[in-house]
Design a protein around this ligand. Structure first.
Ligand code: B12
Ligand code: SF4
Length: 517
């Protein structure tokens, strides 16, 4: 069977004039995961339109398209084209789950929710000549996940080819987030087993990893065992976490020891009243200054995530937010305009109040205002959002942020990292056009490795130190040996097994709990 998998891009990502680096960061993990379920004799291609041209001159039997809200139009265009040519077209992903009826008009089969249960079921039905028009995910587990088909990914085109996800969903319930709608009808937070996660990490070449999990720290027992297992692997990694997880004693330190060097933190708003409105309970009454201090003290760079346009935001919110972030020495910031995705509580609330401006999904890109804000005009919101980016990334702000770092080295790294993302966009554009984003990875690794109070050591040096008695075992094997009660001699001498030693955490343990709550 000839299978064609496509991650279509939104227009901006394929612009002939300028391509932001963010579209060349991560490969299409979702589709590569689904490809793992195909038979060895299936002929499969995977095209990510963010970094590759989609060749539509072929004649596949089965076309599989992942639909994000912003790329819905392009997804439907490709789906219609292949259906007209006689291919069987499957559409799935976040936007299809939000609006299955809209997607059905362009597909032979639509999929709601994660694909690990529905996709293999569909493949069996399809091969038997009896596929259904709709599959809804209900059984949520990552057990028995086949290896991700990373061989289908054009690694050299991404700055971060080693992206990885070891859980799905999140234990929290923020009103504006996609996740409640996407995971409806089953568990909304679950993890791999620690050994499966470590095996996946072990398969990834090089040093750098980026965990794309919504909340890697969401199940503290899982995260703790994972970080224990990763210690000694010599990895440098980045991830996303909540302010609550950062403040939790012990977990951050373990993460740092296993190589955490930069964390994307969902501060969302410096306006406390917004948090209740958005049911962002986990941020209420948290000391944001302490969060940044704790990360910096542990040598972790901070990417602060902020959302503008919640109902308590007035036109002063942009300056206040930038001032706070720059003053605290936050290295990078991601700003968003509040965007009500269909299927979320926020969307329902806005729709009921008649505040939605339109439903042209291409504009639901977190850079465009698609609703009537409460305390400013749409124009003020859009202008303020743009100004926040300009003000945060002007050299004056970068240098002021760098000045908060106690050492000269720290100041230099702050400037290099912050400047690297935004000030060198034209250089990134050239690298992307040359299809060589991956060549810049060593620079990113160097900045991450050099920054911090506890530089990650290469695996080899640690191997010699700790594992003299088991030189032939794989790194994973050793990780598990340490995980067994009693731990390694090295571990015991550091008192790590005082609680009886670490033990494997089964998949789904703690799922649905509020994890770090
Ligand atoms: C990495 C990422 C990106 C990367 C690249 C995306 C990529 N390569 O896949 C970049 C940086 C380019 C990006 C950009 C944007 N992103 Co983004 N991104 C993510 C992130 C953090 C991880 C995606 C991921 O890899 N997940 C892990 C894999 C395993 O899961 P998955 O991709 O969802 O695939 C599974 C299922 O969806 C399903 N599935 C998917 N397709 C199909 C198809 C079929 C047939 C079947 C059966 C199943 C199926 O099965 C898969 C396995 O379970 C998500 C957050 C999240 N948790 O999903 C946000 C997220 C997807 N992004 C989001 C947004 C808003 C954007 C932007 C608009 C933001 C912006 N302002 O720039 C842009 C535009 C995206 C676009 N191209 O249109 C939103 C999407 C909202 C929505 N309703 O669509 C999310 C959910 C973040 C959020 N919390 O709001 N993003
Ligand atoms: S903490 Fe983040 S991922 Fe979790 S529900 Fe809130 S916004 Fe979504």
């Amino acid at each position: 069977m000839r299978v064609k998998m496509i991650l279509p891009a939104l227009t901006e990502a394929t612009s002939p004039f300028f391509r932001p680096i963010k579209y060349s960061l991560f490969p299409p993990l979702g589709l590569a995961t689904l490809a793992g379920y195909l038979d060895p004799d299936d002929e499969v291609t995977l095209t990510d339109e963010h970094v590759q041209r989609v060749d539509t001159s072929d004649e596949p039997d089965l076309v599989v398209i992942q639909v994000y809200i912003t790329s819905a139009r392009r997804s439907y265009e490709l789906a219609d084209l292949y259906r007209a040519r006689g291919a069987y077209v499957c559409l799935g992903g976040l936007h299809v789950t939000s609006l299955p009826n809209e997607a059905s008009a362009h597909a032979d089969t639509v999929f709601l929710g994660p694909g690990e249960d529905t996709w293999p079921r569909f493949l069996a039905d399809f091969r038997a000549g009896n596929p259904a028009p709709r599959y809804e995910s209900a059984e949520r587990t990552l057990a028995a996940l086949p290896p991700i088909r990373r061989d289908l990914i054009a690694r050299e085109r991404y700055l971060v080819p080693n992206s990885i996800v070891v859980s799905r969903g999140c234990p929290h319930v923020c009103d504006f987030c996609y996740k409640e709608a996407f995971f409806e009808g089953g568990k909304s937070f679950y993890t791999q087993t620690v050994d499966a996660a470590l095996a996946e990490i072990d398969r990834l070449p090089g040093r750098h990893l980026y965990f794309l999990d919504d909340h890697l720290f969401g199940n503290a027992r899982f995260a703790s065992a994972l970080f224990d297992g990763m210690r000694g692997m010599g990895r440098l990694w980045q991830a996303a976490g909540t302010v609550q997880a950062v403040l939790r004693p012990g977990l951050l330190e373990k993460a740092v020891e296993s190589g955490l060097r930069s964390l994307f933190v969902g501060f969302e708003t410096v306006n406390a009243a917004n948090l209740t409105e958005q049911r962002k309970w986990q941020n209420i009454d948290r000391d944001y200054d302490a969060v940044v201090r704790r990360l910096h003290d542990n040598g972790v760079m901070v990417n602060g995530s902020f959302v503008f346009g919640m109902d308590e935001d007035d036109p002063g919110v942009f300056d206040r937010t930038v001032e706070w972030a720059v003053g605290r020495g936050i290295e990078t910031a991601t700003f968003h305009i509040l965007t009500p995705y269909p299927g979320t509580r926020l969307y329902d609330r806005m729709a009921k109040a008649g505040r939605l401006l339109h439903s042209d999904w291409s504009g639901y890109d977190t850079r465009t205002v698609v609703f009537e804000p409460a305390k400013m005009t749409p124009q003020q919101l859009e202008d303020g959002y743009r100004r926040a980016y300009r003000d945060f990334y002007r050299w004056g702000s970068i240098l002021r942020g760098a000045a908060t770092k106690p050492t000269l080295r720290g100041k230099a790294r702050h400037a290099a990292y912050a400047g690297g993302w935004k000030k060198f966009e034209p250089a990134w554009d050239l690298v992307i056009r040359a299809k060589r984003a991956g060549r810049a990875l060593p620079i990113l690794e160097a900045v991450l490795a050099g920054f911090g109070t506890r530089p990650a050591r290469p695996a080899d040096s640690i191997r010699e130190e700790r594992c003299v008695s088991a030189p032939s075992r794989s790194r994973l094997g050793r990780a598990w040996r340490w995980a067994a009660p009693g731990g390694s001699p090295g571990e015991r001498s550091r008192g790590a097994s005082g609680s009886g030693g670490r033990r494997p955490v089964p998949a789904d343990e703690g799922a649905h709990s509020r994890g770090d709550g």
